[in-house]
Design a protein around this ligand. Structure first.
Ligand code: E4P
Length: 225
């Protein structure tokens, strides 16, 4: 399963990247607004932090298809042709996806709340489809189940689109998608840290170190032997 950092904060992205094996960064206009900087400059800075193979996803703001296409082309000029352009699954968004995919633009369909929206986006040429798991839970739906349903349908479709599940609030939601073989998740930095953390792991390491030092010296490692 591919894992993306869902953030536009340089420090948070850096902190996660230093530890976890991640496949890129996804942003949205709200995340960029939180940084209170020029959004394009912020995206350029994030872009500069990525290694080969790591993806940057950034969203168009325009509401009409023709404007989305022009905006997407400008973003590619500034941020690089390998950027993933996030396009919402509105009727105008689907129109834009059809044209952009024909031009070879990488598309992430976003703001997905139903499996059918994902199927249509996949047919329109989106490489990734992003349902909002926790936002679905918040309205009484089963976000994980919607994401699994999308994953199952996409794997049976000829279009080469995959699930990139978004909007998580707990580890359990991500675990269930990993178990279902989901293609990718994008997760906020604080929750990404939780994916690795367990207090008993820390205790086990502490106990091993104390036992080792009991027969050597405080602070010693294998290097001193
Ligand atoms: C995905 O495209 C969205 O940017 C994001 O994951 C939504 O997450 P939130 O529901 O925590 O805002």
């Amino acid at each position: 399963m591919r894992i993306y950092i869902d953030s536009a904060n340089i420090k948070d992205i850096e902190k996660v990247m230093n530890i976890l094996p991640v496949d890129g960064v996804t942003t949205n206009p709200s995340l960029l607004a939180r940084e209170k900087t020029n959004p394009m400059e912020q995206l350029k800075a994030i872009r500069g932090m990525l290694c080969k193979g790591q993806e940057l996803h950034a969203q168009v703001i325009s509401s009409l298809a023709e404007d989305m296409i022009i905006e997407a082309q400008h973003m590619r000029e500034v941020l690089g042709e390998d950027i993933f352009i996030k396009v919402p699954v509105t009727p105008e968004g689907i129109k834009a996806m059809k044209k952009l995919s024909a031009l070879g633009v990488n598309i992430t369909a976003t703001a997905i709340y139903t499996p059918m929206q994902a199927v249509i986006a996949a047919k329109a040429g989106a490489k990734w489809t992003a349902p909002y798991v926790n936002r679905l839970d918040m309205i009484g739906a089963d976000g994980v189940q919607v994401a699994i349903s999308i994953h199952n349908m996409l794997t049976r479709m000829p279009a080469s689109s995959e699930l990139l599940a978004a909007s998580f609030k707990n580890v359990e939601q991500i675990l269930k998608l990993a178990e279902a073989g989901a293609g990718a998740v994008t997760v906020a930095p604080d929750l990404l840290e939780q994916l690795l953390y367990h207090p008993l792991t820390d205790k086990a390491v502490w106990d091993f170190t104390a036992d080792f030092e009991s027969i050597t010296a405080k602070g010693s490692t294998m290097r001193e032997l």
